[in-house]
Write a protein that binds this ligand. Structure first.
Ligand code: GRF
Length: 194
């Protein structure tokens, strides 16, 4: 007899600000049978974010929330998260810093993808900084979000070799490809322990 409990996909929200290639990739993964998650909500702080197109295309509830007043913005976000029974928040190119109280409220329930081998190169402009420092490798990390920028516990990482004459654009492109493999894997890993 088919098992009815324990195999239900968990609702996740994805926060974006821009292109949304990770969002698109997570949506595609969520449609697979073996996926443990379903993207039920997309929140963008930017009404012009290209990623919103994917939410609309796949008929996923999407909300534009201006983060000019963070308190008001997070109140709205919390309401949506509750309404949609969201179990986990994925930050995928979300360019706003979440408040300490928001992070505390969703402790262990927010994950982020970052384009470097953390703890190296937190913050912005990661590829150029890695190239400038003559690193042999860079990569990407999926980590829990805590109250310090890009410092939460690492869930999964993938190394990418930095090539001779690499530019930050070329490196970013190769790393993004790996991000698309890593993020759904990390998400499934987190959800299997929730
Ligand atoms: C990715 O490189 C991610 O690691 C960083 O922002 C970029 C977002 O890309 N946090 P996209 O919007 O998912 O295409």
């Amino acid at each position: 007899m088919q098992k009815l409990t324990g195999n239900k996909k968990k609702n996740v929200a994805v926060f974006i600000s821009g292109n949304g290639s990770n969002l698109k990739n997570l949506i595609n993964h969520s449609l697979k049978k073996k996926s443990k998650f379903k993207v039920c909500l997309v929140i963008s702080n930017n009404s012009k974010a290209k990623g919103l197109y994917f939410a609309k295309k796949f008929n996923i509830k999407n909300k534009i929330i201006k983060y000019s007043n963070i308190k008001i913005a997070e109140k709205k976000a919390i309401l949506e998260l509750k309404k949609n029974n969201i179990k986990l928040i994925c930050l995928a190119g979300f360019m706003k810093i979440l408040s300490k109280s928001f992070i505390k409220k969703f402790c262990g329930k927010i994950i982020n993808i970052h384009p470097s081998l953390l703890p190296k190169y937190k913050g912005l402009n990661t590829h150029q900084r890695a190239i400038n420092n003559n690193e042999r490798y860079s990569g990407c990390s999926v980590h829990y979000v805590n109250q310090k920028l890009d410092s939460g516990k690492i869930i999964l990482q993938k190394k990418v070799k930095i090539l001779k004459n690499d530019t930050s654009k070329k490196l970013a492109k190769r790393i993004l490809k790996q991000e698309h493999l890593l993020f759904p894997k990390a998400l499934n890993k987190v959800l299997s322990s929730l």
